[in-house]
Design a protein around this ligand. Sequence first.
Ligand SMILES: NC(=O)c1ccc[n+]([C@@H]2O[C@H](COP(=O)([O-])OP(=O)(O)OC[C@H]3O[C@@H](n4cnc5c(N)ncnc54)[C@H](OP(=O)(O)O)[C@@H]3O)[C@@H](O)[C@H]2O)c1
Length: 270
Amino acid sequence: MSGASPDWLRDPRQLFDVTGKVAIVTGASGAFGALAAKVLAAAGCRLVLAAGNAKALEEVAAECRGLGAEVEAVPRRPASEADCEAICEAATGRFGRIDILVVASGKNDVAKITEMSPERFLDVMDANVTQSWLMARAAGRRMLAQGEGGKVVLMSSARGRLGHPAGYTAYCASKAAVDGITRALGCEWGPTGITVNAIAPTVFRSPLTAWMFEDTERARSVREGFLQRVPKGRLGEPSDLAGPLLFLVSRASDFYTGHILYADGGYTAG
Ligand SMILES: NC(=O)c1ccc[n+]([C@@H]2O[C@H](COP(=O)([O-])OP(=O)(O)OC[C@H]3O[C@@H](n4cnc5c(N)ncnc54)[C@H](OP(=O)(O)O)[C@@H]3O)[C@@H](O)[C@H]2O)c1
């Protein structure tokens, strides 16, 4: 270390301090989105939470308010340019700025390629790729105008890197594209102080994967086959993503951009 001691040396926890930051979370009604919202609320962020399911969204917003956060709930998915603008305007209108964007919305649709229509393929690409791109573009424009950097976290998957035999052509392609956006935008915005990274889990408990946690023969067989390839020996929980998220939205990760952070119990290491 050279020069003067950095301000955080007395208390390195300051590296993870996001108190007062304004964070947008899309897909806040979902398993990861709700977790992200609550982690950021408890960490002292001011929040704009977005999702299509207004009732589920309001429940998460109420929990975050219970944790002491100021929260604006926007019952929209980032489905179009206008939706993304409205979500960002909710942040700048209420809080005057945007510091953090977490795109936690997304979907899977499992079908063999020969049984999947082009419309279903494009729906997955739209939810995971186009909406990530649109939301990063809308929030990024404002972060660039603010000129103080920012933090963008996209949601990828181990399936962005690995194939899967059970009808995952749309999902794998979409998450590989999210990885591409993450790397390209990380490069594009490198000099601006805005970091762009992705969290890439394997299976964690959510409505998308609930069946894998059940006590049925099919679930047991899929689970056991899968677990043989997970060094940590268990499936994930949304809470496993809290640490990676806090790292990627705080100044602790200021030198990390275009990075795909595998939150996968070692699955992609083997
Ligand atoms: N669970 C896993 O094992 C796993 C593993 C790797 C990656 N992921 C990724 O993690 C992200 C969150 O998934 P999750 O497991 O938390 O699932 P989830 O609980 O089903 O949440 C998905 C969220 O996305 C929104 N959504 C659903 N369909 C959408 C669409 N067509 N367009 C826009 N938004 C849509 C939903 O909100 P509304 O319906 O209220 O709009 C919901 O908030 C996804 O990108 C998923 O691919 C999950």
